[in-house]
Design a protein around this ligand. Structure first.
Ligand code: HEC
Ligand code: HEC
Ligand code: HEC
Length: 105
């Protein structure tokens, strides 16, 4: 019983800490972005659009920086950002007019 209680306390503490460290809670994640220029993912803009943690975690992204590898070939597929940035849920990752919405030189 005691072990269970301790385990439960740890699970709750971890859940609490990760919600405090939440990327949407005013945090950003930067991607180098290669020749196209760096990409800053802003948690706040996404949270402000009503997105919840489980819209992205763990199906699209792990809760750890640097785990997703995105290449230009992934643009236009449903991997990573493209699962929403597909021209339906949000602006398309393939449209030349949108490159600069994510990539900044
Ligand atoms: C629109 C998508 C999206 C939503 C919604 C989202 N995240 Fe994330 N989150 C990301 C991305 C992208 C990363 C970086 C993943 C990578 O680099 O591989 C990330 C990373 C993280 C990390 C790791 C940060 C680090 O420094 O290693 C944590 C913790 C996290 N998210 C928690 C949350 C929590 C909690 C919520 C809900 C309150 C949430 N995220 C909602 C996209 C999202
Ligand atoms: C779960 C869906 C989802 C995922 C995954 C997602 N986004 Fe978004 N993103 C949105 C929505 C919705 C908006 C709001 C803009 C709109 O309505 O078209 C948005 C807006 C943005 C904007 C514009 C913000 C502004 O200031 O107006 C940028 C830049 C952006 N996303 C980058 C990214 C990047 C980079 C990734 C991958 C690391 C990503 N997004 C993954 C749903 C998503
Ligand atoms: C929704 C945001 C978003 C949009 C829109 C977007 N990208 Fe990206 N792109 C990313 C992310 C995130 C990466 C991963 C960067 C990294 O891991 O360093 C990336 C990576 C890249 C890379 C480097 C990876 C490689 O394969 O060499 C190139 C080049 C690139 N994008 C070109 C483009 C072009 C061209 C457009 C417009 C047609 C575009 N991107 C639109 C988010 C976006």
């Amino acid at each position: 019983m005691k072990v269970l209680t301790v385990l439960l306390a740890i699970v709750i503490a971890v859940a609490f800490v990760s919600s405090v460290m939440a990327v949407p809670a005013g945090k950003t994640v930067e991607f180098a972005g290669g020749a196209q220029g760096k990409v800053t993912f802003d948690g706040k803009t996404h949270a402000d659009k009503g997105l919840k943690c489980n819209d992205c975690h763990p199906k699209v992204f792990q809760m750890k920086k640097g785990t997703i590898k995105i290449t230009k070939e992934d643009h236009g597929t449903d991997k990573g950002c493209g699962s929403c940035h597909n021209g339906t849920k949000s602006f398309s990752q393939k449209d030349e007019a949108n490159c600069a919405k994510c990539h900044k030189k």
